[in-house]
Design a protein around this ligand. Structure first.
Ligand SMILES: [Zn+2]
Ligand SMILES: [Zn+2]
Length: 343
């Protein structure tokens, strides 16, 4: 087992509440993925995580949200999102070079941990960490407001949902999914995942599921992750705030707004799980070639034992801080400033 227990994780999750898809969303993504992971890849992942239970991915799916709240893990906060500096609702787009900050972003993180999870020169702990990060970040990327800089990913858009004052980001992460499912336990996630898998296998998603993973190539993880982020970012313009943010601040978002977005939230959770399962199968079966073999060779073998935890080698060239990056910095790099609803 890793150095923490699932019990501790779940307890922390209950205390710290909503960050990124909440505990419910991440666990559901993980259960959907588990359905699509081949038995060989599942055994490999269980071995990496030291967990052969039926919740081997779901149990660690929110670890990254707990880790970034620790002093040791604070550096990882920017990896939960990419701040697309577009202009919703009139224009939505992701530009990796423009939007990925100097401390990294979800896209660079997926690339980095895709490489690291199959890097045999890393320690068992580092490989397990890479897998925990991947399971989480591939989920985060399907939440549209994790692919949007506007108002710090919607964290600064104050709204009312079902009688509570909160912000648009946390409603998408947590409160809208929980309104649908009725809880955030692993068994809630498991039953939601079962519903979504049915939709993929013989329901509303059957005809489109193949398009969710089309072109995903393990040898170009930046391209794959950028396509996932772009897909979700487009929804900011069309579904999350089609009439702008101010239109969401004129009354309670429940039930009218909820009704207008809930199908998209289910779709995104299903996509995240389907992509994660497929991506893990690809990682397992292809064992990607080390990207920087040549540069490792130049600086000698020692370099391979000093992994770059930041994934810096994947980052675009540094640029001056934009207004959006400064706003994010003011939040101390965090993705979400929401706690639980205050009663
Ligand atoms: Zn979030
Ligand atoms: Zn996250």
């Amino acid at each position: 087992m890793p150095s923490f227990s699932n019990t501790v994780l779940l307890t922390l999750g209950a205390v710290n509440g909503a960050h990124a898809w909440g505990v419910l969303g991440h666990a559901t993504v993980a259960y959907v993925a588990q359905h699509y992971v081949s038995s060989e890849a599942a055994s490999w992942a269980q071995g990496v995580l030291g967990n052969s239970s039926s919740s081997y991915l779901a149990g660690i799916a929110s670890w990254a949200d707990q880790y970034r709240l620790t002093s040791a893990g604070k550096w990882s906060a920017p990896l939960h999102f990419i701040d697309a500096e577009d202009n919703p609702p009139s224009s939505c787009n992701v530009d990796y070079d423009r939007d990925c900050g100097s401390s990294g972003c979800s896209i660079s993180a997926v690339a980095n941990y895709t490489q690291r999870v199959s890097d045999s020169s890393l320690s068992d702990d580092d490989v397990a960490e890479a897998l925990r990060f991947l399971v989480h970040f591939i989920g985060d990327m399907t939440q549209p407001l994790h692919d949007e800089a506007y108002e710090v990913g919607g964290n600064n858009i104050k709204v009312t949902f079902n009688g509570y004052s909160d912000n648009l980001h946390s409603d998408w992460d947590t409160y809208i999914p929980e309104q649908l499912v009725g809880g955030d336990s692993l068994s809630d996630a498991q039953s939601w995942a079962t519903t979504l898998v049915k939709e993929i296998e013989s329901g509303n998603y059957t005809s489109q599921a193949a398009s969710w993973i089309k072109g995903d190539d393990i040898s170009d993880p930046i391209a794959a992750a950028t396509s996932w982020a772009s897909d979700a970012n487009a929804l900011v313009c069309t579904v999350v705030m089609p009439n702008g943010a101010a239109a969401l601040q004129t009354g309670d978002l429940y039930p009218t707004y909820y009704d207008s977005v809930i199908d998209t939230i289910e779709l995104q959770i299903a996509k995240g799980g389907y992509r994660l399962g497929n991506w893990l199968n690809k990682i397992y079966s292809s064992k990607i070639a080390k990207r920087d073999l040549e540069s490792f060779a130049k600086v000698g073998r020692a370099a391979t034992s000093q992994p770059d935890l930041s994934g810096r080698s994947f980052l675009p060239d540094p640029r001056p801080l934009s207004r959006a990056k400064l706003a994010r910095a003011a939040m101390d790099g965090s993705c979400c400033n929401s706690g639980r609803h205050n009663h």
